[in-house]
Design a protein around this ligand. Structure first.
Ligand code: MG
Ligand code: MG
Length: 271
């Protein structure tokens, strides 16, 4: 899919509606997160929540993916399939959700710490979250895709020595879950496709505490850090505008749910 679609104001509002439902779903799931809860249980709750709102899960059935959520625990980077395995204190859990509503997709993700998580892992989460906002700062018209990747890579690798996953990238978003252009989390300033007003992209840094290389599981989905160290993932969908991107997803509703759940710590913000 190489065609880049620029969205009208009306289309942007539909994508925003879908992205807000994604984030409300993630907030609902965040309220259920605690040691002992299984991925299957969270997935069922998410699916029911989305259907109750008159939308459809965006991932279920996408290239055969079997679930509503991607639940990626610890060294799983992304695309973990929800299972009956129970969350344990000290785990970090990336939950990625998509919905399809009124002909447009929404997409967002957040990484949650369950109970007490080692400081170095909390710092990985905080830095990954900051990577996302540095990327968004660069999602303005006149910049290029490489400016976004550079912002993530220079901060995560250059300043913190983490591994930036190369094999998986952000993407355009709209009538399709994955549209052009690809949005890598690495790159060179001033390179790649030009960003123009109305381009909607999902930006999703995937940052490893250890090295950047990953493996794909036998299930055809689960992506793990090869060295077995934890990996964090945060995602917003945004529309490129002239001076500042408009963030269509809303992590604040997720963070409100975290505040009300004593089993989950807040991710500390760098800004
Ligand atoms: Mg996602
Ligand atoms: Mg995505």
């Amino acid at each position: 899919m190489s065609q880049i679609y620029y969205k009208t104001a009306e289309e942007v509002e539909k994508i925003r509606k879908s992205c807000l439902l994604v984030c409300k779903t993630l907030a609902h799931v965040a309220g259920l997160l605690k040691p002992g809860v299984s991925g299957t249980k969270l997935d069922e709750a998410a699916e029911e929540f989305i259907l109750d709102h008159g939308a459809k899960p965006g991932f279920k059935g996408y290239h055969g993916f079997p679930a509503t959520l991607c639940i990626s625990v610890n060294d799983v980077v992304v695309h973990g399939i929800p299972s009956d395995d129970e969350m344990q204190p000290g785990d970090i859990v990336s939950i990625d959700c998509g919905v399809y509503w009124d002909e447009f997709y929404g997409d967002a993700a957040y990484t949650f710490p369950i109970g007490d998580v080692p400081d170095e892992v909390l710092e990985l989460m905080s830095v990954t979250n900051e990577c996302l906002y540095r990327a968004i700062d660069n999602a303005i018209s006149g910049n290029r895709i490489g400016d976004i990747g550079y912002a993530v890579q220079s901060y995560a690798e250059g300043e913190h020595g983490y591994g930036v996953v190369r094999e998986l990238v952000g993407h355009g978003l709209g009538r399709n879950l994955h549209e052009s252009p690809e949005v890598p989390n690495f790159g060179k300033r001033g390179r790649g496709p030009l960003l123009k007003d109305g381009l909607v992209i999902a930006i999703e840094p995937m940052i490893n505490l250890g090295k950047k290389s990953v493996t794909q599981g036998k299930d055809g989905w689960t992506i793990r850090a090869r060295d077995g160290k934890p990996s964090a993932h945060f995602e917003h969908s945004v529309v490129v505008r002239h001076n500042q991107a408009d963030i269509l997803s809303d992590h604040l509703v997720i963070e409100e749910a975290i505040k009300n759940n004593p089993e989950i710590k807040e991710v500390s913000k760098k800004r």
